[in-house]
Design a protein around this ligand. Structure first.
Ligand code: ADP
Ligand code: S3P
Ligand code: MG
Length: 168
């Protein structure tokens, strides 16, 4: 990979990743999409039918597959927080950008979307706690951190391009 995006649900990994890859003339890979393809079912179905533990196993297999690819990778919000994944992310050797957003911004961005099983499971207070809990792991794997609350997606893209040297 040439660049990796990490961050909580709703931080904008998928949105920014696509725009950034386009801006750089590179391919975009979304870890969640790789998981869906591998499992042959949607993320909510994987959680419901196979359970979160199995989801995390498939997620790690897909992360390993992503090591061989070049382009921009958008991870899932839980990716850096599960056993073994930090090492895989760091070993990829690509700059890792952490997208940050306040819990208020996060909730407003992910509300009313049924694609994230953990949103229903945790509720607003639980998500606030989960976001706080995951910060240390996000910090451990990331080289650059960008606060996105008051930035439009393309502004986030420009910030990343200005802060990180990616071979264009
Ligand atoms: N910088 C931003 N400003 C406004 N809305 C954003 C921004 N980044 C993402 N969004 C919106 O927030 C929602 C979640 O974004 P998404 O890219 O799916 O996040 P993630 O992949 O990190 O979960 C989408 O509706 C997207 O359009
Ligand atoms: O935070 C998490 O544990 C998850 C985040 C999701 O990805 P996004 O961060 O792209 O929503 C997806 O991988 C799954 O629903 C679990
Ligand atoms: Mg995403």
């Amino acid at each position: 990979m040439d660049l990796i995006l990490v961050g909580f649900m709703g931080s904008g990994k998928t949105t920014i990743g696509r725009l950034l890859a386009n801006r750089l003339g590179k391919d975009y890979f979304d870890l969640d999409e790789m998981i869906v393809e591998r499992a042959g079912m949607s993320i909510p179905e994987i959680f419901k039918i196979l359970g979160e533990e199995e989801f995390r196993k498939i997620e790690q297999q897909c992360l390993k597959d992503a090591e061989q690819l070049s382009g921009v990778l958008g991870t899932g919000g839980g990716t850096p927080t599960f056993e073994g994944n930090q090492q895989i992310l760091i070993q990829m050797g690509a700059p890792v950008v952490l997208l940050q957003a306040s819990i208020e911004t996060t909730l407003s961005r992910i509300a009313g979307n049924d694609d994230r099983p953990l949103v229903k499971k945790f509720g607003s207070d639980g998500l606030k706690h989960l976001l706080e809990q995951r910060q240390a792991d996000y910090g451990l794997v990331s080289d650059v951190q960008i606060v996105t609350d008051n930035l439009a997606p393309m502004e986030v893209v420009h910030k990343i391009v200005n802060q990180i040297k990616v071979v264009e």
